[in-house]
Design a protein around this ligand. Sequence first.
Ligand code: FAD
Length: 318
Amino acid sequence: MTKVIDIINKKTAPFASFELVPPLKGSDISKLYHAIEPLMEFAPPFINITYHRDEIEYRQKNDGTFEKIILTKRPGSVAIAAAIMKRFPVEVVPHLICGGASKHQLENDLIDLNFMDIQNVVALRGDAIPGQKYFTPEPDGHRYSNELVAQIHNMNQGIYLDETLTNAVHTNFCIGVAAYPEKHYEAPNLDIDIENLKHKVEAGADYIVTQMFFDNAKFYRFTDKCRKAGITVPIIPGLKPISTQTHIEMLPRAFSIDLPQDLMKEIRKCKDNQAIYQAGIEWCTMQSKDLLAHGAPAIHYYTMGKADNIREILKHSF
Ligand code: FAD
């Protein structure tokens, strides 16, 4: 098993990695395999699997009263990671989130991952559940991702939550964390967000993966600020190609990012979704080439289960 940080440090040429979403409950895992197969041509050294917290829904019963239902829409992240590694020659990087989980649950997930010889994770806070305005940690959970990073780092030192455990196995996790070139939506400003990012690195994060962005200048400004703030770990840029008209409204709202005016000019020229799809490929290819020319060690692509546009981008960029 190879750690992401070792892959980054040892690679002589930049590479692409991908982020995939677990299948919806009731779906076949073969859908996920079909999304991975076309990408294997590019020999990605690792693939990330997102984690989706439970959602709460109130369903009306026959008597008119409402019943609270806990919905796990995309279960099985840990098992999916193991299934992918068994099928493809690739490291899998499962995401772990603080939201909805106690420290004990997280510890148990990490123990499962360690038993499966999965040594890479991305440690995240997660968002508020739909209907809730602010992120609320579990009473015995973590408030910020730096606390989860510290928990994982402790396990790497053989320190578990039960302090009476002596001679506990030292795990060997490589820890990635998230960052936001355009600032996390809750942070008062980019400098404070970067201070908080530094806390994650000081807690034990090995590398950083960014939120998607569509203006490379913002990424370069962000990395400059990180370096000036004393953050020295690798920063992997995250990209996503626009592929439908819906993205134009959805992405800024969902991810608190801007779509630059030049991109919008190109999109406005498009007569249909097919043309938008092509414009999205061209924009993302331009971004990829520019990032590689500026020395990016890798580019992380948010695939959202779609492989064809990502293949086009990689064919013309790497
Ligand atoms: P944090 O690092 O905890 O930061 C959250 C906010 O708190 C920021 O504004 C930060 O500035 C501030 N902050 C951080 N530490 C402190 C501190 N110690 N004191 C005070 N303020 C602090 N979500 C999912 O549910 N599942 C996923 O699989 C997933 N994958 C993602 C992958 C990437 C690469 C990215 C960029 C995001 C991903 N997300 C995922 C979304 C993420 O969970 C949300 O963006 C969430 O709102 C913040 O997560 P975080 O880990 O960056 O939080």
